[in-house]
Design a protein around this ligand. Sequence first.
Ligand code: NAD
Length: 287
Amino acid sequence: MARIGFVGLGKMGLPMARNLVTAGHEVLGFDISPAARQAAAAAGIALAPSAAEAARGAGFVLTMLPAGAHVRAAWAEMDAACAPEAVRLDCSTVDVETARAVAQGRRMLDAPVSGGTMGAENGTLTFMVGGAAEDVAAARPILEAMGRTIVHCGGPGTGQAAKLCNNMLLAISMIGTCEAFALAEKLGLSHAALFEVASRSSGQCWSLTTYCPVPGPVPGSPANRGYAPGFATELMVKDLGLSQQAAGAAGAHTPLGAAALALYERFAAEGGAGRDFSGIIEMLRRG
Ligand code: NAD
């Protein structure tokens, strides 16, 4: 069993760290927020007095932080305390540039996740991992204690790249699905009939068949509970902003990604920030 430093014990980090403890690892956690530290202690996670002390002597050091600036600051603070042979994993969703900058010259993986807080609680996250193959192999048992699917995407930054590309595609497909239902309503076509046809036709996609944005066809989708998240719109806005930043830096033409960001920013500003991202159908109906 490994000695693990875990920095960032928020909505995702706390249940992930708890799953590492459950798997028998020795975890030393840290969070700058007193409330997060209190919740972690109550969940049975041993705490260090600083990020550097959480990292000192650990074989694996993980961060699960809000954004790139926090990730750069935390790794700068931990650098001297981190053993050179320790494998470092950043599981936050950040820009590709930050992922590559913090990995430079270090044994480090970018390992963002999908699956949300439920996946973190249940240990069923998907990890998209960028970095050296031998480091991925070394970290695999640690990732398997927190997730079900681990995909090695390539060199440093490719885990974040996979996350940003996937979520841009998800946003576009969700808006398309919502527009199709909104048009069907105007044309007198029932939700059930459109679902029946599109789920067996070329319009089929995850946003339709797993996460349907109207109540009824998929009983477990957020549409059936007033668009309580799920995946909150503010997180989608963050990820779309990162994908547009990456597209700009790489010279990729992503007009639908840009349009999706503009629409989700508007939905967030109109009160949707904390609601599920599929709730954008209500804004699209209003026009
Ligand atoms: P959160 O805000 O609940 O948790 C982040 C924690 O980091 C907070 O407790 C904060 O106090 C702590 N923190 C900030 N700076 C710190 C520092 N320098 N040192 C130590 N602790 C510090 O956020 P979250 O929902 O857990 O998300 C974490 C990351 O996971 C984000 O990058 C997010 O985009 C990504 N993510 C979240 C979800 C989700 O459903 N919540 C899903 C997939 C990915």
